[in-house]
Ligand binder design. Sequence first.
Ligand code: BJW
Ligand code: ZN
Length: 254
Amino acid sequence: MPVNGGHSQHGLAADWLRASRSLCVLTGAGVSAECGLATFRGPDGLWKGNDPTRLATPAAFHRDPGAVWEFYNWRREQLRKAQPNPGHFALAALQELLPEVNLLTQNVDRLHQQAGSRNVAELHGNIREVRCTSCAYERNGGADHLGPEPRCPECGDWLRPCVVWFGEQLPREAVALADQWVARCDVFLSVGTSNVVWPASAFAGLAQNRGARVIEVNLEPTPLTQVADLTLLGKAGELLPVLARAVENPPPRG
Ligand code: BJW
Ligand code: ZN
């Protein structure tokens, strides 16, 4: 819909981004959907008929660690075949174009870092690392070939992925970065998240209360759409490259 004297929504979003001194981006599973990785909610978010959000809980792991591991091993397998998509690369490109871009991600897939993004805080951990449920054992990387029911080499108890399940605290360092980045940003860009999981769902509102403009990119409206200053509906892998190009090449002004 044209706004601001024929200026398109994309053009307006690009103007805000170009003028930004500090951009804070929040991403969710929708950013990786075009890599063939499943999202959590909605009709495509099912795994063997299970709601993945019900598997991402300490209670599910306690009840049936093997089933939860089957879910994570399947996701790790999907991830092995996946590459960053144009949306990931466009966010990395924005980092070269703007004075400051900080990226908060709810994704555990490391695809932002793989696409070249710096200043990434992983709010929900990552799926490539594992730790023991009993002792201090951790393995960073090299954990690609876990068995179906991975056990700790030190104590024999269950290993678990280094991700954040419901009711668990987010990593302290990621939360500290989020607090700083949300407080200092003048534009907040939410991409491919349903914006229902706290505390990530609160960040856009906090930024807006401190004067930041909130831009949302999503396939469909979310609870954030009501409060966002501007929502672009469409695929992240298509809209983000359009935005990055428009930031790089401002239209001539008459
Ligand atoms: C596209 C697209 C394309 C598709 N282009 N767009 C009651 C009220 C409020 C809060 C709570 C409450 N009860 C409990 C809470 C707290 C709870 C919470 O928020 N629950 C709500 C769900 C009710 N939060 C927590 O428990 C958090 N911890 C916490 O609060 O600690 C403090 C505390 C501890 C103890 C006691 C009290 C306080 C932890 C949350 C952890 C979330 N973990 C998961 C799993 C991570 C591991 C893994 O990956 O397996 O994180 S759940 C899952 O949801 C995952 C995601 O990161 C997260 C968010 O999902 P996301 O990314 O938004 O994905 P979707 O699928 O929901 O949405 C995709 C979107 O993309 C859609 O909108 C599509 O339209 C769009 N899309 N394709 C653009 N191509
Ligand atoms: Zn152990």
